[in-house]
Design a protein around this ligand. Structure first.
Ligand code: BGC
Length: 394
């Protein structure tokens, strides 16, 4: 059984603890400046009296999580906290062990981006028993009541935005979503990819996208020729680029004559998956760029390699989630909790984790096409123009 302590009681307990100034936390060895290597401790030495926050991130294989982890760490350290940042190599036992260790090492607040949202129950039970508030970061932790707050983006709207980008790329709508005057009558063949089924976000993305595509599928303008339209059929375990490439290759073989038949677009929920899909498509003879007939492929995360592909006219779009803003929101949330206050929520209805509705703060996202890389990606300082051209960050 999990504890039934409410967030309010836990938070005020914390405030009392911090207020008494009795907290002298022992340092975790290792770490230091910069991103720790996978599995290494990113803990900075604890300043006397500073509060330790455990930050658990899923992986370093996708650059967004490195950026998230580093931005959260930096923001918390600036706010006077000591941070134990860990990345788990997309391996569930590694993540559970890291969180157990954070609790043992004296973390007073946990910020967790889970790998499998249902696999952390014993860690959350332990956190609840020790009065440690838990902030679920970007991915909702499920089936446990000791999830105090959720910071993320509007995940349903991410899926809507991905589908809208696909519709625009296919010439069916303009960028405002209105039917294009010269829209093709179709039928146009598309294929669907979803994220990892153990990530709560993946369903939100897929539902948002499917609700948007459905009218076009129902009227026959769009056809999912493989027939693989369910979430389970489209899902990609651990968001794996290789698995996506393999599934795309299999679909091309089974349904598109190995690449000789028309395929107009592919819904992709994540840039890594998009790059796997694009490799499969190009390998089968489509493209190499959209102008040469490469199908429209969407994405998510504005990863530098995909921003370059968009700039080069290969990938059509991505969804920009400004990790700097999400990290700043997580820091604000931790600070509120640390002071015994209720963190600011802007959604208290949507994110039911199976046990309770978790109060959430959801940020907005932006769709990036070739024509707004300069204004929205370079202009906001996310990447420099040189990084976009090179396809790597410095
Ligand atoms: C995140 C996405 C990301 C995906 C793969 C999801 O939980 O919300 O931004 O593309 O994980 O890392």
């Amino acid at each position: 059984m999990t504890t039934t302590r409410s967030f309010g009681r836990r938070a005020s307990g914390l405030a009392a603890l911090f207020g008494a100034g009795a907290l002298v936390l022992s340092a975790c060895s290792g770490g230091g400046a910069g991103a720790p290597a996978a599995g290494e401790s990113g803990a900075a030495p604890a300043a006397e009296g500073s509060i330790k926050v455990g930050v658990a991130m899923p992986t370093q294989t996708s650059e967004r999580w490195i950026a998230d982890g580093n931005a959260v760490k930096e923001g918390l350290e600036k706010a006077g906290y000591t941070v134990d940042l860990q990345f788990a190599n997309d391996d569930i036992p590694t993540q559970t062990q890291q969180i157990d260790q954070m609790i043992t090492n004296g973390a007073k607040i946990l910020v967790i981006a889970s790998i499998d949202g249902t696999a952390l129950s014993s860690q959350l039970d332990a956190a609840g028993a020790a009065n440690i508030p838990v902030v679920s970061y970007d991915r909702l932790i499920r089936d446990n009541e000791n999830v105090d707050f959720y910071v993320s983006f509007d995940n349903y709207k991410v899926g809507v935005a991905q589908a809208k980008a696909l519709l625009t790329g296919l010439g069916l709508t303009d960028k405002d979503g209105a039917k294009a005057a010269d829209a093709p009558v179709g039928p146009l063949n598309i294929e669907l990819f979803a994220g990892s089924a153990d990530d709560n976000n993946a369903g939100f993305f897929f539902n948002g996208a499917m609700d948007t595509l459905k009218p076009f599928i129902d009227e026959g303008t769009l056809v999912v020729k493989s027939g693989q339209t369910s979430f389970d059929q489209a899902a990609t375990l651990r968001w794996s680029q290789e698995a996506a490439q393999k599934r795309m290759e299999d679909i091309l073989t089974s349904t598109y004559g190995g690449g000789t038949e028309p395929l107009a677009g592919v819904l992709s929920p994540f840039d890594g998956i998009s790059r796997g899909i694009i490799t499969a498509l190009q390998g089968a003879g489509y493209g190499p760029s959209i102008a040469d007939g490469l199908p429209i492929v969407t994405g998510q995360d504005a990863e530098i390699a995909s921003i370059k592909l968009i700039n080069d006219g290969v990938q059509q779009s991505t969804i920009f989630k400004d990790t700097r803003l999400l990290a700043a929101q997580a820091v604000k949330t931790v600070e509120a909790i640390g002071k015994g206050e209720t963190p600011e929520a802007n959604d208290t209805k949507t994110y039911d984790n199976g046990v309770k509705v978790v109060p959430s703060y959801l940020l907005e996202v932006q769709t990036i096409f070739k024509d707004n890389i300069e204004s929205d990606i370079v202009g906001s300082g996310y990447y420099t123009a040189d990084e976009v051209a090179a396809g790597v960050t410095k």
